[in-house]
Design a protein around this ligand. Structure first.
Ligand SMILES: [Zn+2]
Length: 293
């Protein structure tokens, strides 16, 4: 499943062809993805200009000149292709094989600048929705989301407050979208290792009794931001299928310190530990039991 850095990489890939551009023609080749497309989907897009392409957690948000917002989610297997002047680009690096089957090309945006942006999604867990901008804050998909981990508002004080009194593990707390939005399993594991904090540690221990952040909270927030920035810089991760469908290698999986590295030596300088895998709330956690306390 594409995680936050992958979605941000996709956003950056689509931005140059979509921002400031008008939808000349829109094809919805089927009536539904994960959910039915709005009945007036095509009509509400055609002729409108994309004023900005943003991201909230793992949602892409295209701000339209009509006052609507087009909300897009890649789901498990969704991807975009951009065709412009005979040159095809596939923004974002993925750990799953991308489908090239035209049968999975469900939505096609023909931009007035000549770019053709195709949404392909074999498993159809992706979604597209159009909502009025003034209703964005009430949108159920977005309303429950916590702060953006890369936003300025997300800091040690905020994270500590959210974890105050929590008896759950740090791993579970960081995986909770209401505490911080869009951090997936991989980046939670990686951030905890960088911060040298055990995934099993109680979440409440990053805050004092008053909810004030301690030094662990500071370290953790720094680690979360650093690992996401590094992953975005590397173009998102590329896991199991190291080879992308177009033959290019993803980059960031080479930088994983613990994720999928069970049995390997811990990369922390001076640490003699071995990476271990445990299962927490149904998901694999990779960590070093020696230096992560
Ligand atoms: Zn270690």
């Amino acid at each position: 499943m594409p995680e936050l850095p992958e979605v941000e990489t996709v956003r950056r890939g689509l931005q140059p062809v979509m921002e400031g551009a008008r939808f000349a023609k829109v094809e919805a080749r089927r009536g539904d993805l994960r959910w039915p497309l709005p009945k007036d989907f095509v009509a509400r897009l055609e002729g409108k200009i994309v004023e900005g392409l943003g991201r909230r957690a793992k949602y892409l948000l295209a701000d339209l000149s009509s006052g609507d917002v087009l909300l897009m989610h890649l789901g498990m297997s969704g991807s975009f292709r951009v065709l412009r002047g005979g040159d095809e680009k596939r923004p974002g690096k993925y750990h799953h094989e991308r489908s090239k089957l035209a049968a999975h090309d469900h939505v096609v945006f023909h931009m007035a600048n000549g770019a053709i942006v195709t949404f392909n999604d074999p498993r159809r867990f992706g979604s597209m929705k159009i909502i009025a901008r003034q209703e964005l804050e009430q949108e159920p998909l977005l309303r429950a989301l916590g702060p953006e981990p890369l936003g300025n508002a997300f800091d040690a004080a905020m994270l500590a407050r959210a974890c105050q009194g929590k008896k759950t593990s740090l791993k579970a707390a960081l995986s909770d979208q209401r505490i911080v939005a869009g951090l997936g399993n991989i980046y939670v594991c990686e951030a905890l290792h960088r911060a040298l904090l055990s995934p099993k540690r109680r979440a409440a221990t990053i805050a004092g009794r008053t909810g004030a952040p301690n030094e662990r909270a500071e370290r953790l927030v720094d680690a979360i931001k650093a690992v996401l920035h590094d992953a975005i810089k590397a173009g998102g991760s590329s896991l199991r299928d190291h080879r992308r469908t177009d033959g290019e290698l993803g980059d960031f999986q080479h930088n994983f310190r613990v994720y999928d590295r069970e049995g390997q030596p811990c990369p922390t300088r001076g640490c003699t530990g071995t990476i271990k895998r445990i299962v927490q709330t149904g998901r694999s956690t990779f960590f070093c039991p020696v230096c992560q306390r």
